[in-house]
Design a protein around this ligand. Structure first.
Ligand SMILES: NC(=O)C1=CN([C@@H]2O[C@H](COP(=O)(O)OP(=O)(O)OC[C@H]3O[C@@H](n4cnc5c(N)ncnc54)[C@H](OP(=O)(O)O)[C@@H]3O)[C@@H](O)[C@H]2O)C=CC1
Ligand SMILES: CC(C)(CO)C(=O)C(=O)O
Length: 329
């Protein structure tokens, strides 16, 4: 199976390491220092179970890599438009494109049925470039549980134990291509399932981001330290409950308790990726992960006062740093 990972940062690097371990014919579309590092030294993924080494083919231009059996996009959401415009040469007539990202994805209302079918998500795809270039027909959703960072280009450290990836077709079908891709990840030691309800999985994971992203961006500390203080934990619990009410209002009640969600974060000494972006001076995913949820809440009349306060403060921090993605361009 020929698979190309697009964006070999924290998550893309980890997933590339898994696919290489599982024996796929792997290539990566990368750029800058990451591309140079992979070409020179390959990828190194440091996990609790050992080090994964990979020597994928690496290129900055999709035309150098050619059509693939599957493409897995692992950039931050604000980069999806540029990626969508660049990956045409990777796509054969039936190549699926998995988008592994946090947040409400650009395709959320596609292949969905009902009166909202085909609604766009402007926070994730402001100019419609992803919808127009990739299109919802070949998309596979991806939800990743794995706390990662890249201490240097080409090197990825995984700080969580028990990473897992959930794939899912927007229409809930267990397609051959999603199953084949899941098998490739499993062969590399990453638990990976194909969900018949990827939207509930998206909301479930988003509850973690909603509660740890804004708060850790404000504390500037990793999740384990941040959630040690009872008032912080109480605020985070309220955010999860508000997020659960919003998900339920969109027909996707998330099972489990708010406490379980916070415990998932509180056990990991990891700085959420949005805080990593603030510290590294990279555009922050404020709109695609957070503002979109507030808009959806307003549309259904679901109160979310704690989420609104925390997201507003985080947006101010992003703006003050010149890293508010949609306004930074
Ligand atoms: N990090 C984590 O622990 C987790 C992150 N996520 C989510 O996963 C997604 C990816 O996050 P993460 O891996 O942290 O992000 P990173 O910033 O670590 O990696 C993104 C990579 O994509 C590259 N990239 C951006 N644009 C392009 C392009 N046009 N062509 C080629 N490469 C490109 C970046 O290169 P450059 O460095 O040059 O910008 C970078 O190497 C996000 O949606 C995030 O919210 C989900 C779970 C956990
Ligand atoms: C913190 C974590 C691992 C889970 O919410 C995450 O998704 C991120 O860093 O973006």
């Amino acid at each position: 199976m020929k698979v190309c990972i697009v964006g070999a940062g924290a998550i893309g690097g980890h997933l590339a390491g898994r696919l290489a371990q599982g024996g796929v014919e792997l290539s990566v579309l990368a750029r800058g220092a990451t591309l140079e590092a992979i070409r020179a030294r390959g990828l190194r993924v440091l996990t609790a179970d050992g080090v994964l080494e990979a020597r994928p083919r690496a290129a900055s231009e999709a035309a150098e890599l050619g059509p693939q059996d599957a493409v897995v996009v692992c950039t931050k959401v604000p980069a999806h438009g540029a990626v969508a415009r660049a990956i045409g040469p990777l796509l054969g007539p039936d190549t699926p494109v998995a988008f592994v990202a946090n947040g409400i994805p650009w395709w959320y209302f596609a292949r969905h049925g009902g009166p909202e079918e085909g609604r766009r998500v402007p926070e994730a795809d402001p100019d419609g470039a992803v919808w127009d270039s990739v299109g919802p027909d070949r998309v596979v959703g991806g939800v990743i549980y794995s706390a990662c960072h890249a201490p240097e280009p080409g090197v990825i450290e995984v700080t969580s134990r028990g990473s897992k990836l959930i794939l899912g077709e927007p229409d809930g079908r267990r397609s051959d291509c999603a199953i084949a891709l899941a098998s490739a990840f499993k062969a590399g030691g990453l638990p990976c399932s194909v969900s018949a309800d990827i939207r509930t999985e998206i909301w479930a994971k988003l509850l973690n981001n909603l509660s740890n992203g804004p708060i850790c961006t404000l504390t500037r500390r990793h999740m384990q330290d941040t959630f040690r203080d009872a008032p912080v934990r109480a605020a985070a619990l309220q955010v999860v409950r508000e997020g659960m009410a919003i998900a339920a209002a969109y027909g996707r009640p998330v099972p489990g308790t708010a406490e379980e969600r916070i415990d998932l974060s509180a056990g990991i000494p990891h700085k959420p990726s949005i805080l990593q972006d603030l510290e590294a001076g990279r555009p922050m995913e404020v709109d695609a992960l957070f503002q979109v949820v507030l808009r959806l809440a307003r549309e259904r009349g679901v109160p979310a006062p704690m989420l609104e306060l925390l997201v507003t403060m985080m947006a101010q921090a992003a703006e003050a740093a010149g890293l508010y993605a949609s306004r930074a361009g």
